[in-house]
Design a protein around this ligand. Structure first.
Ligand code: SD4
Length: 325
């Protein structure tokens, strides 16, 4: 079967390029440069097969990474069974579902929304902020007004299931975040397209029963998500306060810039938290992707998993963690 060059490149895990140079004496010199690229690729937090499949659908057709990560993030956002993101998300202490999201493209463009209510797909509103406004972040009522003006519709996001859990919680109204409660839910997603461009998205309803007005790391560029097309991308999940205090995702990308692998960078970013913060009952996990499609993850506590889609298919990986079982 005849393959196009693009298809051939995409199906190659390791590409060895023979670069032919002309020496000053007119002789040909061949330098073998190992690029070792695994692209396209998409990596997401937790067990997010639906999201990865939607993103891969875009990437496998040579689509752009920004379209892929947005398409991926929209899957859990629209799924009422996912209770820490979008529609069906657990509410704050006052019973309101308030959403945080951000998105970043390969040009360093970014958009974010915080404390957005009544809109099912905050990631798409964040993208509109990036593309249609001179700003990076819109919050609360302003974000809602902007979304409505952009044609998004206003909906009730509190499902019966989340309402019932909330009413049960109200009986004691104790605020105790649970480790890994977000398993399968909140999503950070980073990807590289066949042009080698990186993008990322992060979307959540935040911590269940948070104080009204609380914003987590997920919509904060550099904390919940960071993308630098020269180096790589990283995204965080878990207790946002700890990620924000250490500007976690930016840190991971900068550590990769200094030469660490994605795994080493995620581990060091987790260790910065572990060395300074009380990690009792706290989970934080990072995933990272470098420019060549190498990926890695690390978390404070066990049971953090992440989903990878590339030419070899889709796979759920267990992250290594600081604490072990
Ligand atoms: C937050 N980091 O609002 C989010 C929650 C989360 O997996 O990622 N859960 O703090």
């Amino acid at each position: 079967m005849k393959q196009t060059r693009r298809k051939f490149i995409n199906s190659s895990i390791v590409i060895t390029t023979g670069v032919i140079l002309q020496s000053c004496e007119g002789k040909e010199i061949t330098t073998n440069k190992e690029l070792s690229k695994n692209i396209p690729i998409v990596v997401s937090t937790w067990k997010n097969e639906g999201a990865n499949n939607a993103a891969w659908e875009v990437l496998s057709k040579n689509g752009k990474s920004i379209d892929a990560v947005e398409a991926g993030a929209r899957i859990p956002e629209g799924d009422p069974a996912d209770q820490s993101v979008g529609y069906g998300g657990r509410p704050d202490r006052d019973g309101n579902v308030t959403l945080d999201a951000c998105i970043m493209n390969h040009l360093g463009g970014c958009g974010a929304v915080t404390y957005l209510q009544h809109i099912k797909h905050p990631i798409s509103v964040a993208r509109k902020v990036m593309e249609e406004t001179p700003h990076v972040m819109l919050s609360g009522d302003g974000a809602l007004q902007f979304a409505l003006a952009q044609g998004f519709s206003k909906e009730n996001l509190l499902t019966e299931a989340s309402k019932k859990e909330y009413e049960e919680w109200l009986v004691k109204a104790e605020y105790k975040p649970k480790v890994n409660i977000e398993l399968h839910d909140t999503i950070g997603i980073i990807g590289i397209d066949s042009d080698g461009n990186l993008s990322g998205a992060c979307t959540t309803s935040g911590l269940a029963y948070k104080m009204a007005g609380r914003i987590g790391d997920s919509p904060i560029i550099g904390a919940g998500l960071y993308v630098d097309n020269e180096i790589g991308a990283a995204v965080a999940t878990g207790m946002g306060e700890l990620v924000m205090r250490s500007v976690g995702s930016f840190l991971v990308v900068e550590l990769m810039r200094q030469g660490m692998s994605p795994f080493e960078a995620c581990k060091e970013a987790v260790m910065r938290i572990v060395r300074k913060q009380d990690i009792t009952d706290i989970q934080v996990g990072y995933i990272a992707l470098d420019k060549n499609g190498n990926f890695g993850a690390y978390s404070v506590k066990p049971d953090f998993v992440f989903t990878v889609s590339d030419q070899s298919g889709i796979k759920i990986h267990d992250s290594e963690s600081y604490e072990t079982k």
